[in-house]
Design a protein around this ligand. Structure first.
Ligand SMILES: Nc1ncnc2c1ncn2[C@@H]1O[C@H](COP(=O)(O)OP(=O)(O)O)[C@@H](O)[C@H]1O
Ligand SMILES: [Mg+2]
Length: 379
């Protein structure tokens, strides 16, 4: 393999093979220590190749500890391929590691450790101007370096600059279970990565890939219930608050997700107490024991969850508002009949406030229903 500058790269192995090409371990000829990962994307469509190359150029300017540095992007029109030369991360991806675990899942503290650098990388991507949306967050795209070290986020094949107001015209590759509903249509934005991140944590904790977003939307419309099982129904040892937080991150309506990855991460961390259980180490009987340092940590015990779930607090708020309306109305009538103007005024203010709370709640529910109908109409 030769790049336009004439440097020759010798393929030493295959790191991964996908739908649109492969990722190779390569060595620069004549330079023993220059080892890279070379991603090859095969696409017969010249426009798509140009777009990928353009997006590769954007990645070249990025510098982050949890992103492989991209050194060059070049096209081979004859072979209808585009290449991305980047840092080689010596390790294994989280999907490979996950299936090696007993129960095919990791403990909560270990998942938090794995994901922390990925959150950092996503915050960095979203802070670019314009923000860069990765659009393919999933365990197979997270590499855990052998012998410890920070997790690295790979696979920028779907990454895109997000320009507010401009619709995503290219409906590209999507990973079922990890892709948000907008990836089946158009209009991805930074919250698309919150969905992918929530789904990744869900899969790592439960051992199951979440049901795909399209089936969820269809199920919600036809059956009236979201078929996505809360994480703690699959793994009962998980706190309710963690399950609720993941459910919110994976909301089908992107506006219902957290506003930023940072907010999602803080809420998730808040939902786990300071005293966590001893990390049930990565299954040592398996072939590759990754991140030894993590595996050796102390175990802790999970606290009782104190956070009232989001859904429950909404119902409570609604009940309180209705009770207040009834009380305020009754007292208002009484004060009117008894000619008590100050009490009447207080009741009217209370009535107004309770009605506003109730109306706000009804509007949110109506908006949700409208968006569900919209999905139904589209598909
Ligand atoms: N920079 C890299 N260093 C080491 N391994 C990598 C690198 N990039 C990708 N891989 C490995 O190759 C696999 C496929 O790469 P990826 O970029 O995700 O391609 P695809 O588009 O086929 O999903 C990854 O799951 C990971 O195991
Ligand atoms: Mg991938």
């Amino acid at each position: 393999m030769r790049n336009p500058q004439g440097d020759v790269f010798v393929i030493e192995g295959v790191l991964g093979k996908g739908e649109f090409g492969a990722v190779y371990l390569v060595r620069e000829r004549g330079k023993l220590h220059n080892i890279f990962a070379l991603k090859e994307v095969i696409n017969p469509d010249k426009g798509a190749r140009e777009r990928f190359a353009f997006e590769g150029e954007i990645l070249k300017r990025l510098r982050h500890k949890s992103l492989p540095r991209v050194y060059s992007v070049f096209e081979n029109d004859g072979l209808k391929r585009v290449y991305l030369l980047m840092d080689y991360i010596h390790g294994q991806n989280l999907e490979v590691l996950r299936v090696k675990q007993s129960g095919h899942c990791f403990s909560l503290p270990l998942v938090l450790d794995f994901i922390d650098p990925i959150v950092d990388a996503l915050m960095y991507l979203h802070a670019q101007n314009p923000p860069i949306v990765h659009r393919d967050i999933k365990p197979a795209n997270i590499i855990i370096p052998t012998g410890g070290g920070r997790a690295v986020l790979a696979d920028f094949g779907s990454a895109k600059e997000y320009v507010p107001g401009s619709a995503t015209t290219m409906v590209g590759h999507r990973s079922p279970g990890f892709a948000a509903i907008e990836q089946y249509r158009t209009g991805t934005n930074t919250r698309t990565d919150i969905y992918g991140l929530g789904a990744t944590i869900y899969a790592l904790l439960t051992g199951l890939t979440p049901i795909d977003a399209l089936s969820r939307v269809l199920g919600s419309v036809t059956e009236g219930v979201d078929p996505l099982k809360p994480a703690n129904q699959i793994k009962p040892t998980l706190p309710q608050s963690v399950a609720d937080t993941l459910q919110q991150a994976m909301s089908n309506t992107s506006a219902d997700r957290f506003e930023t990855v940072e907010e999602f991460w803080h809420v998730l961390q808040d939902s786990v107490t300071q005293k966590m259980p001893r990390v049930s180490s990565i299954d040592q009987t398996q072939s590759t024991p990754p991140t030894q340092a993590l595996a050796d940590r102390n175990t802790q015990s999970l606290p009782k969850v104190q956070r009232v779930s989001h859904a429950h607090s909404r119902v409570l708020l609604r009940v309180i508002a209705i009770v207040l309306i009834i009380v305020a109305l009754a007292v208002a009538i009484y004060s009117y009949l008894r000619d008590l103007p100050i009490l009447l005024l207080c009741c009217l203010v209370l009535l107004f406030l309770s009605l506003s709370v109730l109306l706000h709640d009804v509007t949110i529910r109506a908006r949700r229903r409208r968006s569900q109908n919209l999905y139904k109409a589209k598909g």
